[in-house]
Ligand binder design. Sequence first.
Ligand code: ARG
Length: 262
Amino acid sequence: MKQYLKTIFALTMSATMLFAAVGCSSQEPTSDPASDEQQEATSGEVLTMATNAEFPPYEFYEAGDVVGIDVEIAGAIAETMGKTLKVEDMAFDSIIPALSAGKADIGAAGMTVTEDRKASVDFTDTYVKASQVIIIKADNTEIVGPDDVEGKTIGVQLGTTGDIYASDVTDNVERYNKGFEAVQALAQGKIDAVIIDDQVAKALAADNADVKVLDTPFTEEEYAIAVKKDNTELVEQINAALAELKESGKLQEIVDKYISAE
Ligand code: ARG
């Protein structure tokens, strides 16, 4: 019996590792290796959060755990609902399909509210204002603002609003699974610029002396939590919890913990 379990464990581990190694490079929504677990998790007193933990300071890995602003906000929401939070990390473009399939209850991933997405999911009230910004090489003097990236080779994270905006201004969009990979490619001179969310740009650029973030934002946007289409009850519950967190100052406290005021 023990041996049998070990084998299962070994198989699961190698499948997971294979998944991690192969990555999710297709445009197709990727299937999730942990979907069975998710199915279980959505029943009962667990609130399952689908996210993509490649997005500091909103969600990222620290000592093997997914942490960050969204994780703490979702944790606080779960608490007010009397539930425990379970975090499922997946490709960003798998989050909406996971919600639609009922494999996760909420999508909390620094997700910008867009009209297009509203056709597939419902959004709660917004909880953070954000913007898309441009990262360039530190020694680049040619690109000084949004107008200068037209026609350039722009790196983005696949399926994000940065992807959409970059596609509006150039035919040369390089799509990466992780924002971090886009910044690496930029530092190596493979692309001219990266378009990504402001706080994430700051976090990624802080670790890389070869790049810098431009001041002028490309677009203004707002983040909200996504739920399965027509799950009005859950939206209302989350909105009530969010209102409480805003009112009590807890939300700001969480944000301040990860983002230092300038
Ligand atoms: N705000 C952008 C969007 O909604 C990027 C979000 C990426 N989030 C992530 N956890 N990787 O498209």
